[in-house]
Ligand binder design. Structure first.
Ligand code: SF4
Length: 351
């Protein structure tokens, strides 16, 4: 793979690609190859002179990563394990879903993106945190996942969810410029309402994100209706208890005028009793938030289990009857997003 001593092209915003004596139209050609065609290989850029390609390849690296394993099927969920330039591993997940009503059905492709190698927050249901945090991803490593996953899928990606490995709000200095490139029509051109950031609840960063101009969506990993239950699952609750978290959410909603989502993974005997469902409905009402229920997906090395289907349905019914503004139950495809991300990487590093 490429040398780590060279800067990565995707770490530099394209309006800052300053190469001595390279005419502007040549930079525009490179931009089109990278963002429109997704070519991260100088040799494939057929309309550039050989001498220029050779010069540029001396100055910058194009590809932040290479795929080492692809698991799953292209009609449902496909996980991709990437090897970065420093031999670390991360994962992205492509999720295909058919949406729409009656005669109008469309296949939508969502990419679950990682923002860190590992994670420091140690949520108890998650494989990504089992080995701690190795490092933050760079802007180019975040954008690169999308370009290369789009190549892997062979089609446009409709939605992005930052729910892969890592806590996105813990890496805002790299994530914000990545979002600028993702949103720009000259970059990836994905609309803000198709982008969701999911946070475990880093209160100061939620407040910081409220000032970001684009209308990206925010999802909160709640997973417990009261502090006692939530802290069994999410150690971050000791730093930012539920009331403090909700005050930050209220500030975000007030500033952005945007509905947020409360994510809730249902774990047997831990947070799936109906008292928790009632509390969840109360919280959703207070924040005027959507609720997304996700039955737990088993993670190797962890003891927890998915509740029985009857309990899942009862929990769902209780939240819905508590007049939560909107409740969805994500039975299958989505579970990889939250619970199982990080498992491929753990297997790879334990080899
Ligand atoms: S759920 Fe997210 S924040 Fe929690 S440990 Fe996993 S990657 Fe980190």
């Amino acid at each position: 793979m490429a040398s780590l001593h060279k800067p990565l092209l995707l770490d530099i915003p394209f309006d800052h690609w300053d190469w001595d004596e390279v005419p502007k139209y040549r930079r525009e050609q490179v931009r089109k190859w990278v963002f429109e065609k997704g070519f991260l290989d100088w040799d494939q850029m057929s309309n550039l002179p050989k001498s220029l390609k050779s010069d540029l390849s001396e100055q910058v690296d194009l590809s932040p990563m290479e795929p080492v394993k692809v698991q799953g099927s292209s009609d449902t969920t496909k996980k991709i394990l990437w090897k970065l330039r420093d031999q670390q591993f991360i994962e992205s997940v492509l999720i295909r879903a058919t949406e729409g009503t009656k005669g109008v059905r469309a296949s939508r492709l969502t990419l679950c993106v990682s923002t860190q190698v590992g994670c420091a927050l140690g949520c108890k249901f998650c494989a990504s945190g089992l080995d701690g945090l190795k490092r933050n991803l760079s802007t180019g490593e975040i954008v690169g996942q999308i370009l290369l996953a789009r190549n892997e899928a062979g089609r446009r990606i409709d939605n992005l969810v930052f729910m892969g490995m890592g806590e996105p709000l813990a890496n805002l200095p790299a994530l914000i410029p990545a979002l600028d490139t993702i949103l720009s029509p000259e970059g990836l051109g994905i609309g803000a309402r198709h982008i969701t950031l999911s946070t475990s609840g880093l209160v100061p960063k939620i407040i910081e994100l409220a000032s970001y101009p684009a209308q990206i969506r925010l999802a909160i990993s709640l997973h417990g209706g009261d502090d006692e239950t939530r802290k069994k699952i999410m150690p971050i609750n000791d730093r930012y208890p539920i009331e403090e978290l909700f005050k930050a959410c209220e500030q975000f909603i007030e500033q952005r005028k945007k509905m947020i989502t409360l994510e809730y993974i249902l774990i047997k005997g831990v947070n799936d009793d109906l008292k928790q469902a009632e509390l969840l409905a109360e919280h959703a009402n207070r924040l005027n938030a959507k609720v997304n229920l996700i039955p737990y997906n088993r993670v190797d090395g962890l003891e927890w289990e998915r509740p029985d289907i009857e309990q899942v349905k009862l929990f769902h019914k209780t939240v819905a009857e508590g007049d939560a503004p909107r409740v969805t139950l994500r039975m299958e495809k989505g579970h990889d997003i939250d619970a199982a991300c990080g498992q491929l990487r753990l297997k790879e590093i334990k080899k």
